[in-house]
Design a protein around this ligand. Structure first.
Ligand code: 5AD
Ligand code: SF4
Length: 488
């Protein structure tokens, strides 16, 4: 254990919201003199930023905590903290299952992490910082107890300085019956557009080229100025569009019913808006959607898809699916297969239903689809999606794409840094392209000639005249490491 420099380890699971929260927590502790280390056993403070969306994510954290028990016994001065969704959801249960945890801090209380770490170090008394449950007080009190955590940004804490998540909204008010997020992240609240524009300006000054605006239902962003004016997502994108240095504006995740024409017009008209929409449908069966309380039908979702493609020609659309939700029959699943066959999603994130204690679905409906059936449906749906992704990718062979180079591909990560290796980037429709190039291209926007395609990746040649001439070998495993995770 080091005594002179204070060290910090953080493990993050879950969505982009958590990735951003961890970046900000690390930034705030670095300002207190902490240095990030990559081994928990080398750290004075060990933090887990957690996810509760599926049971598997929680088990992963409880196992990691279990592995630390002996280490903590040998080093009683270290601080072990559980942050985020699991902290807010399980509260005292965290310390019942892992009594060596010193700090339990919910999603709406992350600003207090530095202060709580110091308190544990001083008193050795376990610290809790949690927001109110959705039914534990009046609307105002509950909302106020979930604070958006927006400290100054620290470019060195991001995997790439030229890309950044910007949180435009916290919480969710949709209450889909399977989902814990309205509980773990509280009521929906949109941040002030002036603050968001200022944050984007600061990011741009630090060299950021792409901002990804994040919210659980990002397209329901709405800031009421209190004087009759409101700012919608389309208005916000237009304002960020004026920030010099920002080249790309992306936003995730969209709720189908909130996909308004003004937003689609903005995506079409504004050159910096990425022509990509992640709009999870979850199921292709109306009866399942009703039990999920998704507030739309398959027919209205199809109309929305049609409207997106009509208003934004060439737009790429992706979706999330839950297979094996309560009461999903073989024929309801076949309706989902039909939807995926015809919808031409760029890609789909497919999950097996995981019952979450405290949700409506867990109270109301038995988890009646056996695990092996969930698994089979997951594989069947993935096979249909992969065939469509391959068709979509093949149709792009021969195109010249504008690619923001993100870093080495998975293959490139195993090649020596600093010279030519396989790099990976994304097109304006969020398609992953890998190509051979020099490391100095990382962070640049380039023209890439697309030569080959696999279901996950496009393979191309850079338009820079410095290609090594290495053979293009499409291999599924070389898909970019920066797979965008769905947001919840
Ligand atoms: N079980 C399985 N998948 C879930 N998701 C949300 N809650 C659950 C659950 N209880 C999925 C949805 C959402 C994605 C991020 O996670 O598809 O869009
Ligand atoms: Fe909200 Fe998305 Fe969860 Fe539905 S699935 S409750 S929209 S976060």
């Amino acid at each position: 254990m080091q005594t002179d420099t204070k060290t910090l380890f953080i493990e993050t699971v879950g969505c982009q919201m958590n990735v951003l929260d961890s970046e900000l927590v690390v930034g705030s502790l670095r300002r207190q003199g902490y240095e990030l280390v990559h081994e928990p056993t080398a750290a004075d403070v060990i933090l887990f930023n957690t996810c509760s969306v599926r049971q598997h994510a929680e088990e992963k954290i409880y196992s990691a905590l279990g592995r630390l028990r002996q280490h903590k016994r040998n080093n009683p001065d270290i601080v072990v903290g559980v942050l985020g969704c699991m902290a807010q959801k399980d509260q005292g249960e965290v310390r019942r299952r892992a009594p060596h945890v010193d700090m339990v801090v919910g999603t709406g209380q992350l600003a207090r992490v530095p202060e709580l770490v110091a308190e544990v170090q001083k008193t050795r008394i376990p610290q809790y910082a949690l927001s109110l449950g959705r039914a534990d007080g009046g609307k105002h009190a509950v909302t106020a107890s979930f604070e958006s955590f927006d400290p100054p940004r620290d470019a060195s804490m991001r995997p790439t300085p030229f890309q950044a998540y910007v949180r435009i909204q916290i919480g969710c008010d949709k209450f889909c019956t399977y989902c814990v997020v309205p509980t773990t992240r509280g009521p929906e609240q949109s941040r002030h557009p002036d603050h968001l524009v200022a944050e984007c300006r600061q990011l741009a000054n630090e060299g950021c080229k792409e901002v990804v605006l994040i919210g659980q239902t990002v397209n329901s962003y709405r800031f009421d100025h209190g004087d009759g004016r409101t700012t919608r997502l389309s208005d916000l994108i237009a304002r960020i569009h004026d920030v010099g240095g920002i080249e790309r504006i992306k936003f995730v995740t969209n709720f189908p019913k909130d996909m308004t024409d003004d937003l689609l017009d903005a995506v079409r008209e504004l050159p910096k808006a990425v022509k990509y929409l992640h709009v999870p449908v979850q199921s292709g069966c109306d009866e399942v959607l009703r039990r999920m309380k998704r507030l739309y039908t398959v027919g209205s979702y199809r109309e929305m898809l049609h409207r997106c493609r009509e208003k934004v020609p060439g737009v790429a659309i992706s979706s999330d699916f839950i297979v094996g939700f309560c009461g999903e029959t073989e024929s309801s699943f076949q309706m989902t297969m039909d939807l995926v066959r015809e919808a031409r999603f760029k890609n789909s994130f497919i999950f097996k239903y995981s019952p979450r204690p405290g949700t409506k679905a867990d109270d109301l409906y038995p988890d009646d689809v056996p695990e092996d059936v969930k698994k089979r449906r997951n594989n069947d749906l993935l096979a249909v999606q992969n065939a469509n992704s391959l068709d979509d990718h093949k149709a792009r062979v021969g195109e010249t794409a504008t690619v923001l180079v993100e870093g080495p591909s998975r293959v490139g990560e195993r090649q020596p840094a600093g010279g030519m290796r396989q790099l990976s980037g994304r097109t304006m429709t969020d398609h992953i392209v890998v190509f051979d190039g020099h490391d100095r291209l990382i962070g640049q926007t380039l023209k890439i000639h697309v030569r080959e395609a696999s279901p996950f990746t496009l393979y191309g040649v850079a338009d820079t005249g410095e290609v090594a001439g290495g053979e293009l070998t499409p291999r599924a495993e070389s898909a970019s490491p920066r797979r965008t995770l769905p947001l919840v």
